[in-house]
Design a protein around this ligand. Structure first.
Ligand code: TEU
Length: 568
């Protein structure tokens, strides 16, 4: 008898960015008690799993992705007691909670690194990547770094430790030294920490840049890329390294064995390919349940994320089509438009002006009807948009601030740099959640750590809940459909109209049930002749009044979305 499908194949995950979700004590930063107070809203929305971005003690150099203590809660977010109360309340409402696991690197203020930095002889020196200056060069001299790799946050990926004259590796900020997973003591310490959270009742992990933990041991130089000069892109030497599957299978044995069925694990994997993802997510290999891949969120970027290009729908369809086909038999996809690192999708791939509501609904419909587990990022269900950042003083994100400083130092025009930051900056995702039309959108009674988007006067949960035609009710309907229509979760995927530059169309089939999904990615009417053939079928999802005639069925209005159902 075929084993039942894993629960997470019919689940929808909601990502909470705690700094920006709900502030309960007026300090302008969201917290755990704020989340607790808003759980009924999430239960009403119908989501099954909450993913919490990091809430652990952290100097907040990279907004919590630089952890100084893995087994506690940063006071700005609350206490372990607050956490336990929130977790119990999540479970009481039939939802699950996934924590963010950030173990490619720690904070440089984590006791492990403080010990490692104490000197070459320290017990934990080999818990990190230390190297002497490049042969024949003096420590600190330009180009003396052990490799020419660039950090994701600008500058070199190596930081000199004056005391020892050695450099340590940091693929992200200099306050995020990379852990050395080659060292079994490092792995065991991390597995023990993960078991501690699972024993506390947590239901799984979102694993931060987990495909970067196995490095190419001899750490070779790379070709200098124009966008990163004088540095090289480190990714080819750290992406899915030689021992990555060994490490993830060991983690599964040491941490998840015996309780994997109740858990959800998703690996964030920049640069991962379909072929690699099939290996990572094949249940027979016992590694992770799904991965976050980045192909579709890099399609509007040239040499770097700041080299902004228009999205071509053909590219988007080709990418999604390849991932749907590639993981059809083995493995499983995650589905996302947004997270705390990506600009708001309605501003990016939709129209956040005249057609904000319709394009937000269309984007949600097209994504949620694919085969895979959908992720809703806080505020996406409201159709929240990018924010009207003016000068660099409006930004908070280290990636943006470092890029701005580096670009200006290189002589770039400030307005050009700011234009790219306004479009692609991560702070767009991090403006406070818009609960109501009050001064700070009901997020805080204090001064928010990042300004609330002024359009919260119109775009907020209170108004959306009162408006049955809102993006919010549309998302609630999509989530309900995944729970009630098995073809949405488990049906086969077939791309239609693959060469159409404005219409995204595909079918899902499960047994004798077939769904036909269409989305118009343009502000003009678009022909969809195939839809005329479905005129007599049930219209499950729409963001316009139903077409009246077969002919009208054959045309999609601006940003229109439809999902038809027929049973053979
Ligand atoms: O992100 C990894 C990652 O790929 C992003 O840094 C990405 O390159 C960038 O945001 C695109 O602009 C994870 C976390 O999601 C991110 O918030 C952290 O900053 C990063 O890892 C380091 O922990």
């Amino acid at each position: 008898m075929t084993p039942p499908e894993p629960w997470w194949k019919t689940a929808v995950v909601y990502q909470i960015y705690p700094r920006s979700f709900a502030d309960s004590n007026g300090d302008g930063v969201g917290d755990l008690s704020g989340i607790l107070a808003r759980l009924d809203y999430l239960a009403w929305l119908g989501v099954d799993v909450l993913w919490l971005s990091p809430v652990y003690p952290s100097p907040q150099d990279d907004a919590g992705y630089d952890i100084s203590d893995y087994q506690d809660i940063d006071p700005v977010f609350g206490t372990l007691d607050d956490f336990d109360a929130m977790l119990a309340a999540v479970h009481e409402r039939g939802m699950r909670l996934v924590m963010d696991l950030v173990v490619n690197h720690t904070s440089d203020e984590h006791p492990w690194f403080v010990d490692a930095r104490a000197g070459p002889g320290s017990a934990r020196r080999d818990w990190y990547w230390w190297r002497p200056p490049r042969d024949g060069m003096a420590a600190g001299a330009p180009g003396a770094e052990p490799t020419n790799w660039g950090s994701a946050f600008s500058g070199s990926a190596w930081e000199l430790d004056e005391a020892s004259g050695e450099y340590f590796l940091h693929l992200f900020s200099r306050k995020q030294p990379d852990l050395n997973w080659e060292n079994p003591a490092v792995r065991e310490a991390i597995y023990a920490m993960m078991r501690w959270w699972l024993d506390r009742g947590v239901d799984g992990f979102r694993m931060d840049v987990i495909n970067l933990i196995s490095k190419v041991p001899d750490l070779p130089d790379g070709p200098v890329s124009p966008a990163r000069a004088p540095f090289a892109d480190a990714l080819p030497f750290v992406n899915c390294g030689p021992r990555i599957h060994e490490f993830l299978q060991e983690m599964h044995r040491e941490v998840f064995a015996g309780r994997a069925d109740r858990l959800l694990t998703v690996g964030e994997m920049p640069g991962v390919t379909v072929e690699e993802a099939r290996l990572f997510t094949d249940p027979a290999r016992a590694e992770v349940d799904m991965v976050f891949q980045f192909e579709h969120v890099n399609l509007d970027q040239g040499d770097s994320k700041w080299d902004v290009r228009p999205l071509r729908l053909l590219d988007l369809k080709a990418s999604f089509g390849r991932w749907q086909a590639g993981l059809a038999e083995h493995g499983w996809n995650s589905l996302y438009w947004n997270n705390h690192d990506q600009p708001r999708v309605v501003s990016r791939f939709g129209d956040d002006g005249e057609h904000r509501v319709r394009s937000a609904k269309m984007l949600g419909t097209v994504l949620h009807l694919h085969r895979g587990t959908p992720y809703v990022y806080e505020g996406e269900e409201l159709g929240m948009t990018n924010a009207p950042f003016r000068g660099i003083e409006d930004f908070r994100d280290i990636e943006a601030l470092n890029h701005y400083a580096e670009a200006i130092a290189a002589g770039d025009d400030a307005e050009d740099v700011l234009r790219a930051l306004r479009t692609m900056g991560r702070d767009n995702a991090r403006t406070p959640m818009q609960w109501d039309a009050s001064e700070h959108a009901g997020f805080t009674t204090g001064t928010p750590w990042l300004a609330v988007n002024p359009n919260h006067a119109d775009i907020n949960a209170e108004a959306a809940r009162a408006d049955p035609d809102s993006v919010l009710h549309h998302y609630r309907g999509l989530i309900e459909l995944r729970h009630t229509e098995p073809a949405v979760a488990l049906g086969d995927f077939t791309m239609r109209m693959a060469d159409d530059e404005r219409v995204y169309a595909f079918t899902r089939r499960l047994g004798d049930v077939e769904l036909f999904v269409l989305g118009n990615f343009s502000s003009a009417n678009a022909a969809a002749p195939e839809a005329a053939g479905w005129a007599a079928s049930e219209l499950l999802v729409r963001n316009y009044d139903p077409p009246a005639t077969a002919e009208e069925h054959g045309t999609l209005r601006p940003w229109e979305a439809r999902v038809y159902k027929r049973t053979a």
